[in-house]
Ligand binder design. Sequence first.
Ligand code: FAD
Length: 309
Amino acid sequence: MTNLVIAEHDNAQLKGATLNTVAAAAKIGGDVHVLVAGSGAQAVAEQAAQIAGVSKVLLADAPQLADELAENVAEQVLAVAKDYSHILFPATASGKNVAPRVAARLDVAQISDIIAVESPDTFQRPIYAGNAIATVQSADPVKVITVRTTGFDAAAAQGGQAAVESVAAVADSGLSSFVGREVAKSDRPELTAAKIVVSGGRGMGSAENFKILDPLADKLGAALGASRAAVDAGYAPNDWQVGQTGKIVAPQLYVAIGISGAIQHLAGMKDSKVIVAINKDAEAPIFGVADYGLVADLFQAVPELVSAL
Ligand code: FAD
């Protein structure tokens, strides 16, 4: 039994989601290999080789693998797939772009968004926006899996000494081409990797008002998040959305401000270690999951909190 983890990276840095995916692979048992498909990505392969528990890194390095084009990356995975019993992707935007193509071409059912490993063929995954946990067993010869990264503590980034082996890069599929990328620049931590997240909801009232969360996030070194209602109303950018149709986060501390606690929002944050809620409605459902609740007007409470900090 050998597991292949598909690394997520930007050709320079390995992304943290890879570490959680390695941890899931280690729980399955057997060897854990990592595939780095990229361009000029030798440094990423070397980082992957240091992950505790990884015994081999495959590096496919070519210009056509530079930009995570799903068609090319899927072909690269398929080129080495025959050696593996389990192929694991982080359940991120790019992992979820490639994994179904691999599963379809291998003619197996994808096992999506696992949060626990019961045995090499049996996994747990949330369904109904996290309201129920399904235990799924697969009889397929190869398991193609996406891993909900918040379900597994990250493997140690250091401590491994895996060999890096170059593998032949597949040809450009010609099915898609890279046009451009607009990357939001922020000095704040990335939302899904942040240890502290401060999120605002519809209760913020406007995009202008939303800015009162900036000094709080600055003091805490936090990422900013938002409910879907806040995003839909234009108070916050789309990529801040936390929840069933947004990002799944599980930071050490999640501060929900002016957020009611709809089930679709809870689906994205209820596994946070400590949850703090500020809401003027004592009956708001967010208080049902909060470790600390403050029934208060946020426009008074947030500045007070900032000055206390
Ligand atoms: P509201 O529910 O309107 O709550 C605002 C809260 O602010 C209230 O509790 C109010 O008491 C409080 N408030 C107002 N003023 C103040 C004040 N001055 N001080 C303190 N508190 C104040 N939602 C998500 O967040 N993420 C998702 O990914 C998501 N996916 C969805 C997917 C589907 C298929 C569907 C149907 C819905 C989804 N939703 C999602 C929407 C979700 O159902 C809720 O509508 C949304 O989460 C509500 O956002 P909110 O809590 O900011 O707004």
